[in-house]
Design a protein around this ligand. Structure first.
Ligand code: FUC
Length: 795
């Protein structure tokens, strides 16, 4: 290892701009299903473009479209059952303990409606509505020629074009963040050839009225689960035409013989957001915003949208192989099918990586809600699992690429959400565990739900709040932002307080363990053959608490606060049950060597410490890393979309690029139209949405994070370049990834070997760079950069 004391080079530019890469999702036909349509979004307003020739349907979304209302779902008297539940667990009577948990330690009332919460206080995220356009085409020839539909990720614009009766028709759509509007331009390339009827509707609870001759307003109120008086919403359409005429008839806008029409759709709800937007009169807000957007020229609104979006998207650039291949111009669904058939299409993998970044920019903007199970895109009223925030991996996975893919500022909605749980979570902590601090269990909503779920088998995981706190500490590791840390510290401390209070000592080793708990959704077999879930100190809990206590100790030290609590946590941290290897050579999922009921279970929770945690690495803990490999081999390479993405990140952390690529390939398998819940059929839909199935967005984000982990990994003082490069990616380059410690990293490689790298310091200083077994120490001042060659020599 060579030591370099200081580097005087001025900040170097990124590696040369990658030669043109194709970043377009293409289709040769209109969408027949939601999962074939093109998603657009500005973090709050979402739109799915189907691109039908005679009838266009745009599914509209607004992130505040939540039914339900605040509820107290904490079960009275739960804490009274706690001593007995714990006694039974300490005696190894898990099945008896589980019965008590089911009877006394779950949520009360209607809970989450067992995942069907649309009409109970838990509520569900749901569709805003449909913008429907019925075209009256001129001419008698009904044949449609040259149909194309595409989603251009480089500018976040969707387009449709076709010829009919000798006339070219073109549509262009985007959702602007600067103008808070969905904007849709429709043109006929022949004068007067555009005639269309325009409507706004939704499945229930709405009315649509015309506003003058050029607009519509749809208003309504969602069910709050009590008396029907839930969130009020409005969607406002304003149309401007060139040529021809326009009038309103009933609830429809009729455009006749025009050359062009531009539609602006705005939307608002009066839901109380975690930060920022609190709207008193949704109809007024939506109308004001529609007037403001429509008052500007289309080209200006479009230009501002593209520059806002590219401010995020262009921070990172990935090229796998040479420029656009012939394949790039094929419809994406066909490329998915050919990839599954064994075709090499690295550009499709790069496109999938970009798609995850695109989705985060489109569904997570400061001041808004974090993306839910479906991001912001839903077509139903009762969405699967309420399209809520599931906290035993899913909501967290949505933010896995936020820091490494240089979208750090888009992590904010997650932080605001976490903070929103503290108040109700403090009540839940006392009422169930007689503990201080705050806790959240398996799922939550905008109404502050923190109680356990309805069933012990999945609802009793109580380290979900510790997992959430990882996002706060990790953001600090990336940014070094002390002010942020000072703001986040009370939340981290409150979480650590809860666990420090609720841990108990198990008998065999005197380790501190959580109780009652479960290892997310997995079932084990007890010695008498019975099945159970409830246990003491599952491995995931212990790994999470080592992370949380460690983070809290460091944070309190940095901020110079709470010395006594720091010692308490350090002491308790050292007594947490360790991650152990079982007789079968695998990482133990539970404290006891139980057999799992389903050896292929999708949750690989006991490898949390490998990813997204950091306690297991092949460099510091080779035995555990080897046990993690065995664990993954035994679990197999199948599962839901998010499960495949998790396994991809795990193999990347183990440094096995070929296996990581295998998981990515598995995830890219075409999922067809399947939308029925299935726990082993993961894949990718025609529009590149991740398939649980059904559509669930976490896998998209997890895969993007996984690809980033294949190319670069970082810990507090180290950066690993190309740690898991598969043989099938012999050449390429990535620019702009972010590393913990405050660095930006570009890497270029050819014939499977790194050829150069640039490390730019944002605020970082000392860092050790690894390339395989070689390493070099850099000392950089903020604003400076180092350029390295393929042998880690400074250039
Ligand atoms: C978790 C998973 C399920 C599903 C649900 C939304 O609980 O176990 O597979 O993703 O969240």
């Amino acid at each position: 290892m060579r030591k370099i004391a200081s580097i005087l080079a001025l900040v170097l530019p990124c590696l040369q701009a990658a030669s043109a890469i194709d970043q377009t999702v293409r289709f040769g036909a209109p969408a027949a299903h939601f999962t074939e349509s093109c998603p657009l979004g500005n973090g709050r307003i979402g739109a799915m473009v189907f691109g039908g020739v005679n009838e266009e349907r745009i599914v509209l979304n607004e992130s505040g479209m939540w039914s339900g209302s605040p509820q107290d779902a904490d079960r009275p008297g739960a804490a009274a059952a706690l001593p007995e539940i714990r006694r039974l667990l300490l005696e190894g009577r898990n099945a008896d303990a589980e019965r008590l948990v089911n009877d006394h330690f779950t949520c009360t009332g209607r809970g989450s409606g067992f995942g069907n919460g649309a009409r109970v206080p838990y509520g569900c995220y749901q569709v805003l509505g449909n913008l429907r356009l019925k075209f009256i085409h001129a001419g008698n020839d009904t044949t449609v020629r040259q149909y194309r539909r595409e989603l251009d990720l480089s500018g976040a614009v969707a387009r449709v074009s076709y010829m009919r009766s000798g006339v070219r028709y073109m549509r262009e759509a985007f959702v602007s963040a600067p103008d808070q509007a969905f904007v849709f331009k429709i043109e006929a390339k022949k004068r007067g050839a555009l005639s269309v009827d325009i409507n706004l509707d939704r499945p229930e609870h709405f009315q649509t009225e015309a506003v003058r001759s050029d607009g519509l307003i749809m208003t309504g109120q969602l069910d709050n689960g009590i008396n029907g008086k839930g969130v009020r919403f409005a969607a406002r359409l304003k149309v401007s035409v060139k040529g021809g005429s326009m009038k309103a008839e009933g609830g429809t806008i009729l455009v006749r013989n025009a050359d062009q029409a531009v539609l602006y759709v705005t939307a608002a709800t009066d839901i109380r957001s975690f930060a920022g937007r609190n709207i008193a009169d949704p109809a007024k807000t939506a109308s004001d915003e529609a007037d403001a957007a429509a008052g500007k020229s289309y080209s200006l609104v479009r230009k501002n949208h593209i520059s806002d979006y590219q401010g995020y998207f262009n921070r990172v650039n990935l090229k796998l192989g040479e420029g656009p291949s012939d394949l790039s111009f094929k419809p994406t669904p066909a490329r998915l099918i050919e990839l599954a058939g064994g075709n090499a299409d690295n550009a499709l993998m790069a496109l999938f990586f970009d798609f995850g970044r695109y989705l985060l920019i489109s569904s997570s903007r400061p001041g808004g809600f974090p993306p839910n199970l479906q991001g912001i895109w839903a077509e139903e009223v009762q969405t699967p699992w309420n399209a809520d925030w599931h906290l035993n991996i899913n909501a967290q996975m949505n933010y896995w690429p936020a820091e490494s893919c240089n979208l750090l500022d888009l992590h904010q909605p997650m932080f605001a959400f976490i903070e929103s749980l503290v108040e109700s979570g403090s009540g839940t902590a006392v009422k169930y565990y007689n503990a201080g601090g705050w806790v959240a269990h398996v799922f939550s909503n905008p109404w502050g739900f923190t109680s356990p779920g309805e069933s012990a088998s999945w609802g009793a995981t109580m380290t979900c709040s510790a997992w959430l706190c990882q996002h706060l500490w990790d953001h600090y590791l990336y940014t070094g932002d002390r002010e942020f840390l000072a703001g986040a510290y009370p939340v981290i401390k409150g979480s650590a307080r809860f666990y420090a209070d609720m841990l108990i000592e198990e008998k065999k080793h005197g380790w501190l363990v959580t109780a009652p708990s479960n290892s997310p959704e997995n079932t084990f077999i007890l010695p008498d053959g019975s099945r159970a879930h409830i246990c003491l100190g599952p491995t995931m809990d212990m790994q999470l608490l080592r992370y949380l206590f460690g983070a809290c100790v460091e944070a309190s030290d940095i901020l110079g606060l709470d010395a006594d609590f720091r010692s308490e946590l350090s002491e308790k941290r050292a007594r947490l049950a360790p991650t152990r290897i079982g007789e079968d050579g695998r990482v133990m999922e539970w404290l006891e060597p139980y057999a799992e009921n389903d050896p292929y279970h999708r949750h690989v929770s006991h490898l949390w410490g490998l990813y997204p945690g950091s306690e297991i690495t092949p460099f510091t803990m080779p035995e555990l890393a080897a046990a993690a490999r065995k664990t993954l081999d035994a679990r197999g390479d199948g599962g839901t979309g998010w499960c495949l993405a998790h396994k991809l990140t795990l193999w990347a952390r183990l440094g096995d690029g070929n296996r990581a690529l295998q998981l990515l390939r598995n995830q890219l398998k075409p999922a067809g139209e399947r939308s029925v819940i299935n726990t082993s059929g993961g894949g990718t839909y025609a529009n590149l949405f991740d398939a649980h199935p059904p559509f669930q967005i976490d896998g998209n984000f997890g895969a993007t994070a996984g690809v980033a982990e294949m190319l670069m990994q970082s810990a507090e003082n180290e950066i690993r370049l190309l740690p898991a490069l598969p043989d099938a990616w012999p050449g390429g380059e990535v620019r702009g990834l972010r590393a913990r410690g405050g660095f930006e990293v570009d890497v270029k490689w050819a014939k499977g070997k790194m050829t150069k790298a640039v490390i730019r310091s944002i605020h970082g200083r000392g860092v050790r760079i690894f390339l395989g077994l070689k390493s070099v120490d850099l000392a950089l001042s903020p604003g400076r950069a180092a350029r390295l060659d393929g042998d880690l020599n400074l250039k």
